[in-house]
Structures are given as C-alpha cells and as structure tokens.
Design a protein around this ligand. Structure first.
Ligand SMILES: [Zn+2]
Length: 275
C-alpha cells in the first residue's frame, strides 16, 4: 500500500515537472524568430558618463553590445545594432530603428557613473508595462553573474524607453566611476560574461517573472515611476522645463554657474541621464 502511494506520488511529480517544463517553453519560446535591437549607449562625441571620467562609457557599451550580438546570433536570434561603430546616433534615430522592426525587443546597454566614487551596483530600467518581464529577466541574470550588487529593477521615462513601441529595457552594467567596477568593466572576459548574462535574460524573458518569487522579481506595483528625465534636452527641445529643472538642480548641487542652462543640466544630471 505504501509502495503504491509512493509510486503515485512519483508519477504525479513527474507529470508536474513535465507540465512546468512545457509551460516554461511555451512562455519563453516564440513561433517566429524574434529580433533583438541592441543599442550601445552613447558614441562619437558623446562619451557617456560624467566629465573627467577616466573610462569611456561609449567604448564599454559598444564592446558589450558587439559581444551580445555574437551570443544572440549564435542562439538563433536576428540582431539589429543601433550602432556598430564609434558614431553618435541621436536618440530619436535609435528609437526609429527599434520601431521599424516587428516581433522585436530593444536592449540598451549602458554603464553608470556618479560623482561619488563609492556608488556601485547594477540597475535595470523599463518604462512600459510590457517591458517588465524582459527587464526582470535581464536584471536577474546580470546580477546573478556579476560580483556587483543589485540596485533593482526601476521604472523611469528614459527617452529610448518611452519612444520605443516594442518591449524595451536599459541595463546599467555597473559604475565606471567606481574603481572596482571600472576594473571589472575593463576586463574583456567580464564584458563577455555581461553579454552572456544579458542574452540569458533575453532567452528567459517569458519565464523568469513566473518562475521566481516576487521578492526577487519586481512587479508593477512595487516599482514607482521615478522622476521623469526629459532626454529631449539633448536635442534642444523643452527649454522652459529644462531651465526650471536646471535652476532647481543647480541650487541643490551648488554647481558652478554657467550661461548655458543645458550645460548645467548635462553636468548635474549626467549621473542619472541615459546612463
Ligand atoms: Zn550611458
């Protein structure tokens, strides 16, 4: 009797495992090949980071993006790069490239910066509701594969996240202004690891949110929308709100005065701009 009960339990467990495995495939698998639009942050005259930063962000993002392209291509994904060289690509163009692809997702690769050298960790941003699963999956894997701490999955209205019509995520792969994390970033095998973890997140985008407990994966309700950063300032629009914000920020941060409000904001906000 006891043996039969044990056999039934074993059978039930087997069936459950099969069901879960099928569910996972169904959630993460797609009937048609998906396109991943990889966006290497910054480029050209835009080095990224903050003024005087030793390690150039634009070089690190491009290298990780290229590695990510290789990993994803090997996994059967179609890949489109918003830039594949040291060129400045306007944010609007990056979004146009993303939005011209159907059945696609957008992954923007950045590294963080701060005036405080101690600032560290990895954070992943999303904006639209349908981008949360992708953000949670990428964050889960990148944090899991990196020695850096997690700063969480965050919701913020970055330009490339607001203006893309496909699921879009921006991942900040650590602080280049932190000596330890800058040393990691300058190591090619570490950048390869980052690319592989981002790719693992892409592959698991449909299953991570349902496979892990909600304490590890962010939910809409747990993520308040963070202060809105209007990146159109880069192209010179929205002057009114820009100068108002600049005045507020410059007084708070006691920055040097300048005749150009845009420059003030660029300096002050560079640590929480688009990376
Ligand atoms: Zn950046």
């Amino acid at each position: 009797m006891r043996r039969r009960f044990f056999q039934i339990c074993l059978l039930a467990t087997g069936l459950l495992m099969t069901f879960l495995a099928c569910g996972s495939y169904a959630a993460s698998g797609d009937s048609s090949p998906i396109t991943v639009v990889i966006d290497a942050g910054h480029g050209g005259f835009d080095r990224g980071g903050i003024p005087g930063q030793r390690v150039s962000e634009k070089d690190m993002t491009l290298d990780v993006a290229r590695r990510l392209k290789s990993v994803l291509t090997a996994s059967g994904y179609r890949v489109v790069m918003t830039r594949d060289s040291d060129d400045f690509i306007p944010l609007g163009t990056r979004c146009s490239i993303a939005n011209s692809n159907r059945n696609a997702i957008f992954v923007s690769v950045h590294f963080n910066s701060a005036t405080r050298a101690g600032a560290s960790g990895i954070e992943t941003y999303f904006y639209s509701r349908d981008s949360l699963a992708l953000a949670s999956a990428i964050h889960h894997y990148v944090v899991g594969g990196a020695p850096s701490s997690s700063r969480g999955v965050r919701r913020r209205g970055y330009y490339v996240l607001r203006k893309t019509s496909i699921p879009a995520v921006l991942v900040e792969c650590g602080f280049l202004t932190n000596p330890t994390e800058a040393a990691y970033a300058q190591n090619a095998s570490y950048r390869q690891k980052l690319a592989e973890e981002i790719a693992a997140g892409v592959r698991s985008r449909g299953s991570v949110a349902s496979s892990f407990s909600t304490t590890r994966v962010a939910t809409d309700e747990s993520i308040p929308l963070q202060p809105y950063i209007d990146q159109t300032k880069v192209s010179g629009r929205s002057k009114k709100s820009r100068s108002k914000r600049s005045a507020r920020k410059s007084s708070r941060h006691k920055k040097k005065t300048s005749s150009k409000p845009a420059e003030i904001e660029a300096r002050v906000a560079s640590s929480d701009r688009e990376g």
